[in-house]
Design a protein around this ligand. Structure first.
Ligand code: RP5
Length: 162
């Protein structure tokens, strides 16, 4: 069974990462979601990734704030795509997490998305675009979603156009 795994460093990341899960729900894409920390529970994180790969995880989404090493720790453990979502809330209100997530050494990529809700949603979209490479039905759904978004811009514009 193919699925996407969402891991967050703390339960305090859930409010934002729920938007990621909701996006998968909207497209009927299977996912798993757990809390595990690169720093507070490194062994649990490593064991989880191993088990998730065996169960069919095709990509990992890692959300963390402050010294956000979770996505990097996953990238060190798996060769599946890793998408990093930096969380706001640290001393630099997310810039610390963003740089910790994005600045990976060569050969160890983490696809880093935006801070906050947009990043949580985009992590799901990016994972689905990866899945859609071998899932024609999902590819069609993603194209249809683009059309809906484009039409919504026109509708919004009509409401305020002068
Ligand atoms: C990170 O530290 C977590 O991902 C979270 O964003 C941040 C703060 O965690 P808590 O102290 O709220 O558990 O590891």
């Amino acid at each position: 069974m193919q699925f996407v795994s969402i891991i967050m460093g703390s339960k305090s990341d859930y409010e934002i990462m729920k938007n990621c899960a909701d996006t998968f729900e909207k497209f009927n894409v299977k996912y798993e979601m757990i809390v595990s920390s690169a720093h507070r529970s490194p062994e649990r994180t490593k064991e989880y990734v191993k088990g998730a790969e065996e169960k069919g995880a095709v990509a990992f989404i890692a959300a963390a704030g402050m010294a956000a090493h979770l996505a990097g720790a996953l990238a060190a453990t798996t060769t599946k795509p890793v998408i990093g979502v930096p969380m706001k809330g640290g001393a630099m209100d997310g810039m610390d997490a963003m740089l910790s997530t994005v600045q990976m050494p060569s050969g160890m990529p983490v696809a880093t998305v935006a801070l906050g809700k947009a990043g949580a949603v985009n992590a799901a979209y990016l994972a689905m675009q990866i899945l859609a490479l071998s899932d024609k039905e999902l590819a069609v759904k993603l194209k249809e979603d683009r059309i809906v978004k484009s039409k919504a811009v026109e509708t919004d514009s009509k409401e305020i156009e002068v």
